[in-house]
Structures are given as structure tokens and as C-alpha cells.
Design a protein around this ligand. Structure first.
Ligand SMILES: Nc1ncnc2c1ncn2[C@@H]1O[C@H](COP(=O)(O)OP(=O)(O)O)[C@@H](O)[C@H]1O
Ligand SMILES: [Mg+2]
Length: 346
């Protein structure tokens, strides 16, 4: 990974969906799906993004790519602010910024051959002609790149397993030589045994082609191996963002600590002593987020300030960002054995 070559920069990005109601069909509120997130992604870097279902990960991915028009904030791609560009200008950039999805079956047209599916973006963007030998060669090359037999190009999506379909989805996203791919839970629907294969493939492709990924998942174990850095989201906000190892070894936010405690440790001895901290209840609704720190209703460490004052997302150590009032104090944001016991009693 090259240092300090920022490819994507997200500044205070928000996406609020209006809630329409009443007799007059007026806007009566908003779902604050993404509520002011900031981070950057370097060239050839993988930024993992994790958080429970509904916390705004997909909306963030789509808003970054301008598939949802952001409510506020900026998204720079190589110094160009995508939020200020016309639809046509974003379309021109589309080859460089791609997306892959959780369920490739839902996004691969069942009536199209693999050849058509993978070749289509090249035709749409006017790079190759339909039926041309170059197009066929390129599709064969892309299939090989994702570890599939080029002869498969005559087949149809239903003839493949989930893992193979995800490879086809990846080949399609790669067809235009992107610099950046938003990967929205690309392994969540796959068998555990297949997940590692797809992650390895994506890592190999990154090494070969220098692509940057925003890699979205709902639990830490899925982003652990592929991410250089990890952002933890809760209710539309980033709670913590830091290097992968720091996030696992020294998580400062109580929410990260709870997610972390759910990840099994391969070493049986360590696994036996693993402290588990299971959060109670479901996250609150993003249409009516809690005051102060949005995590305060589920946090075992909540003090008065957390209920009243929004914590800033600030850099506690170089490159280690956290939004928690208690992180200021030494060990103040750490969940201890006592905290776990106390919360189990209550
Ligand atoms: N098109 C939409 N219109 C209204 N609300 C939406 C829309 N898309 C997502 N939401 C809401 O935004 C919140 C975040 O959703 P999403 O980004 O899909 O979360 P995640 O990907 O983390 O599961 C949820 O409350 C969801 O119901
Ligand atoms: Mg999602």
C-alpha cells in the first residue's frame, strides 16, 4: 500500500431519506441513514466498514458513488468533488468507480450469458464493439483473472454456485479497469468455506491491479483479513476508525469492544478466556436517534455527558479516530470484567 496517496476523500457525508406522511403527503421526518461521516481511502488500500444491519453501510457506499444523491457533504475522487458534478460527468467517471453487491444472483441478468454480462459495461461505455473479437478476448481474460475457465462465457448465471457468481460479478466490475470498488457485503451470502476464497481473490486482484476497496460487512470477522484500516459504524455515524491491528488490539470505543468480543479467536486457549460482551436490544431507529452520543442507550459505560453532548469524532492517536467522551481518560472507555458483570446483573 502506498502512503498518503489519497484516492477518495469523504467529508461530513449525510444521506437523509424523507419520511412522507399525513393526509397532505408532507415530509414529517427523516431517516438519518448516514449522518455526517468523514474518512479517506488511499490508492490500493482496503478500508473495511462494519456495523449492524441498518446502520447505513449500503447507503454510505451508494452515496459515495452518487447512486444516492447525498443530502450534505463532499466526496472527492482524485481531487474532483463528485457531489458537484453533473450526472453526465459522473457517468464519464463511472468506469473508474465500481460497485459489487452481496447477492450477485440478484444483480446478474438471468437471461444473459456470462459473456454478455461481463462484456456489457465495455459496450455501454463505448470501449469495445458488440460481437467483436477484442470483446470476446477481453471477457476471456477477465474470466481467467477471477480464476474461471474462459469456456464458461457461454453459460448462464443459474449454472454457477454462489462463489462462482460472485467471481462473475467481480469480473464485470473489473472490466473497465476501476481504481476504486465499493464492495457491499460481497461475502455475506456465501458459505464460510467459500468466503475465504473470494477474499483471497480480491486481495490478489488488489495486489495485481492496485485497486482500492471500501469493503462493507456486518461483522468484524469478515473484514479482519482483507482490511488495512477499519471504520466501525453505528446509527449513521462512524464510532471508531484506525489501522486493522489497532482496532483489534486496542479498541477505544465501547461499541468496537463489543463487536470485537464476538469474534472467535483461533487459538483454543485464548478462545476459552475470551471476554464476551453482548449488547442488549436492537439499535434505535435512525428516524429518531438518541440525544448526545447515539450509542448511549446501549453503552455499558454511559455517563450524564453522553446523554447530553454529541462526542466529536477526533484523532486520539495518529490515525486513530474515535467518537467517545470517555476515550479521553486513560482506559476510561474500556469495558472491564466488572462492567460486563454489572450489565449482566441489570
Ligand atoms: N431508499 C431508502 N428509503 C428510505 N429509507 C432507506 C432507504 N434505504 C435505506 N433506508 C434506511 O436507511 C437505514 C440504513 O440502511 P442501509 O444503508 O441499508 O443499512 P445497512 O446497509 O448498514 O444494513 C435503514 O434504516 C434503512 O431502512
Ligand atoms: Mg446493506
Amino acid at each position: 500500500m502506498s502512503e498518503n496517496n489519497i484516492l477518495v476523500q469523504v467529508e461530513n457525508l449525510k444521506k437523509h431519506f424523507p419520511i412522507i406522511g399525513g393526509m397532505m403527503g408532507r415530509q414529517i421526518g427523516a431517516v438519518k441513514a448516514v449522518d455526517g461521516i468523514s474518512f479517506d481511502i488511499q490508492e490500493s488500500e482496503t478500508l473495511g466498514m462494519v456495523g449492524e444491519s441498518g446502520c447505513g453501510k449500503s447507503t454510505a457506499g451508494r452515496a459515495i458513488l452518487q447512486l444516492h444523491k447525498p443530502t450534505a457533504g463532499q466526496v472527492f475522487f482524485k481531487d474532483q468533488d463528485l457531489t458537484q458534478m453533473s450526472g453526465e460527468d459522473v457517468r464519464q467517471l463511472r468506469p473508474k468507480i465500481q460497485m459489487i453487491f452481496q447477492d450477485p444472483y440478484a444483480t446478474l441478468n438471468p437471461r444473459h450469458s456470462v459473456r454478455k454480462i461481463i462484456g456489457e459495461p465495455l459496450i455501454i461505455h463505448g470501449m469495445m464493439k458488440k460481437g467483436s473479437p477484442e470483446l470476446k478476448d477481453r471477457v476471456a481474460e477477465l474470466l481467467e483473472l477471477v480464476g474461471m475457465d474462459p469456456a464458461y462465457m457461454r453459460r448462464f448465471p443459474h449454472e454457477f454456485s454462489g462463489g462462482q457468481r460472485q467471481r462473475i460479478g467481480i469480473a464485470r466490475a473489473l472490466s473497465l479497469n476501476p481504481d476504486f470498488i465499493v464492495c457491499d457485503e460481497p461475502i455475506s451470502a456465501l458459505d464460510v468455506s467459500i468466503q475465504a476464497q473470494v477474499v483471497n481473490l480480491m486481495q490478489d486482484l488488489q495486489d495485481q491491479l492496485g485497486i482500492a476497496y471500501l469493503f462493507i460487512a456486518h461483522d468484524l470477522s469478515m473484514v479482519k483479513h482483507i482490511s488495512h484500516r477499519i471504520a466501525v459504524m453505528y446509527l449513521g455515524k462512524i464510532m471508531e476508525l484506525t489501522e486493522r491491528n489497532t482496532l483489534f488490539d486496542n479498541p477505544l470505543h465501547p461499541y468496537t469492544q463489543s463487536l470485537n468480543s464476538a469474534v472467535p479467536i483461533p487459538d483454543p486457549k485464548l478462545e476459552q478466556n475470551r471476554k464476551r460482551f453482548i449488547l442488549k436490544g436492537d439499535p434505535p431507529s435512525p428516524a429518531n436517534p438518541p440525544s448526545g452520543c447515539v450509542f448511549h442507550t446501549r453503552c455499558p459505560l454511559t455517563v450524564k455527558k453522553c446523554i447530553k453532548v454529541k462526542p466529536e469524532f477526533r484523532e486520539m492517536h495518529p490515525g486513530h479516530f474515535v467518537a467517545c467522551h470517555l476515550a479521553d481518560e486513560k482506559g476510561g472507555s474500556k469495558i472491564s470484567k466488572q462492567t460486563i458483570l454489572a450489565s449482566e446483573m441489570s
